[in-house]
Design a protein around this ligand. Structure first.
Ligand code: FAD
Length: 496
């Protein structure tokens, strides 16, 4: 594999965006000997995988775990030498808050879809009539074909009925994917669910099979100290390998990079979909380059943060509270709760009982503050929110007040049973999309256009690639293997 360009100089790669996707590509390329520069708009690397310190305890401010359904994330962790830091969550179920009841999530579901709609824990949440309707899935004829592309909502509604969609699936997709099931491509929600359903002739049987095929052990894992540990390791190793990591450097046009006379063999766009589309436009239509091997011309690396154009529901606000609340020692709601969109008396869409879920966090709290302390994290902002609902754009004080109302309601406690020691509000915008059908189609179209343009580019001209959650889907288990694949493509093209 060559790390030299045709002229004999070292291969140079620019990565725009220092989230996990960008850092993973940068790490692969630097490890293969490329000269790598990462441009990151924010003050720290990691994007949605970020740390925060509350009451003296370092916690995750964004992503907190990775799915283990594929070995992809674990492989990167092993390659980084972090294998002994991998931890599993407490084996307690998460709960579901419905308008009329709260109960543990069914033991054998996938995205809330039950493997056994007749099971007692499913009936408890659905009621008998809806459970009987869901059981019809086992006998209904299969009307879809492999080439169809229905949404998850269409599939669940047709196979199991509206109550399963609203009571079981919707709380999970809106909590995990920030998307209503009707806006979520079934393949983006789970890569194998649709094809397995066609093969099995039943959605329930597909869920049962996929659950059985899942690796033994917990469905998610994390790192001791939180997922932010992964970013710290990537950063340290990148610096050791000599990569340039430029913080507070938003790239608004790649023309500016050329202005600085920085030449690149490869440009990897690890930003959100609209950002990648804008940055690639000049290269795609052939107008943005001022010479072979140079990326663009004119000013463009600017210190002006990107304007936020999202609607109220396009982001999520996380409220983390450190509490003195000995009544929570017994983990009354397992590892946390998902809240159905139809629940009117609670504004949060999900709550994680962080210190019940992660033993490392419980230990850190005891070490720092003593027993009886807890961390809970609530998320606000549904994709369906209007401007006047509590969400991503709400003021900090409103979000904190809502959290103080929601926590006792969700745990079934009175407010006097909780004392808040520290709190934070963290907002995430543009970090969650990537799974909605329309966005996914647009992102795939951009990727295809870049591949076509790469194939036809002139000798010495840089090659553009895209990585990240908008292209790979939501979650580290999607983003990391995709980034590693793209890095392999870059290295493959570098050697050809
Ligand atoms: C609150 C939250 C919780 C999550 N929890 C989980 C979880 O528990 N498990 C899981 O698997 N997944 C989780 N996810 C999803 C997962 O974190 C993301 O899929 C993944 O981290 C996305 O990585 P990325 O690099 O594609 O994007 P990002 O993390 O969004 O990184 C993109 C980076 O690009 C930078 N950037 C953008 N534009 C420019 C520009 N023009 N110039 C320079 N830099 C730019 C941004 O500042 C950012 O740092 C969560 C996401 C969020 C928001």
């Amino acid at each position: 594999m060559s790390t030299r360009s045709a002229g004999g100089s070292r291969m140079t790669s620019i990565v725009v965006g220092g989230g996990v996707a960008g850092l993973t590509v940068a790490w692969q390329l630097a490890r293969a000997g490329h000269s790598v520069t990462v441009y990151e708009a924010g003050e720290q690397l990691g994007g949605a995988v970020a740390p925060q310190t509350l009451a003296g305890v370092r916690l995750d401010a964004g992503a907190e775990a990775f799915a283990t359904r594929t070995p992809a994330v674990r492989e990167l962790i092993d390659d980084l030498g972090l294998s002994d830091q991998v931890v599993s969550p407490t084996p307690a179920p998460a709960w579901l808050q419905l308008p009329d009841r709260a109960a543990p999530l069914p033991a054998t579901g996938l995205l809330g879809i039950p493997a056994d709609p007749g099971a007692e824990d499913v009936r408890r949440l659905l009621g008998d009539e809806a459970a009987e309707r869901a059981l019809e899935d086992l006998h209904l004829p299969m009307t879809w074909r492999p080439e169809d592309a229905p949404s998850l909502g269409e599939v669940v509604r047709a196979r199991m009925g509206e109550p399963v969609l609203h009571r079981l699936v919707s709380p999970i997709t809106s909590g995990v994917h920030s998307a209503a099931p009707d806006d979520l491509d079934v393949r983006a929600a789970h890569p194998k669910l649709f094809t397995t359903m066609l093969e099995q002739g039943s959605l329930a049987r597909a869920v049962a099979l996929l659950r059985a095929q899942a690796p033994a052990g917990s469905a998610v894992q994390s790192l001791r100290g939180g997922m932010n540990t992964l970013v710290s390791a990537l950063e340290i190793q990148l610096r050791t390998m000599g990569a340039r990591l430029l913080l507070k450097t938003p790239v608004e046009s790649l023309a500016a990079v050329g202005h600085a006379e920085l030449r690149a063999d490869h440009v990897v766009l690890a930003v959100d979909g609209p950002g990648a589309s804008r940055l690639a436009a000049g290269w795609l239509d052939g107008t943005g380059l001022d010479g072979p091997g140079t990326v663009g011309s004119g000013p463009g690396v600017s210190s002006t943060p990107e304007k936020d154009s999202g609607a109220q529901g396009s982001g999520v606000a996380l409220v983390t509270l450190v509490l003195h609340a000995p009544d929570l020692d017994g983990r009354p709601r397992g590892t946390g709760m998902l809240v159905a969109p139809s629940v009117m008396h609670v504004a949060a869409k999900a709550m994680t009982h962080v210190s019940a879920k992660w033993d490392w966090a419980a230990r850190a709290l005891i070490h720092q503050l003593g027993p009886g302390h807890h961390v809970v994290r609530l998320s606000y902002g549904r994709i369906t929110d209007s401007a006047d609902t509590l969400g991503y754009r709400s003021r900090d004080e409103d979000l904190l007040a809502a959290a103080m109302d929601d926590v006792p309601q969700l745990f079934g406690l009175s407010r006097t049973q909780l004392e808040v020691l520290d709190a934070s509000v963290v907002r995430w915008d543009k970090a969650l999309p990537g799974a909605a059908t329309e966005q996914r189609t647009q992102a795939q179209a951009l990727r295809a256009a870049l591949a076509e343009r790469r194939a036809a580019r002139a000798a010495g001209e840089p090659a553009f690639y895209t990585v990240g959650t908008w292209f790979a889907g939501t979650g580290l288990a999607q983003v990391i293997p995709d980034a590693r694949n793209v890095a392999a493509q870059v290295l493959g093209s570098a050697s050809s």
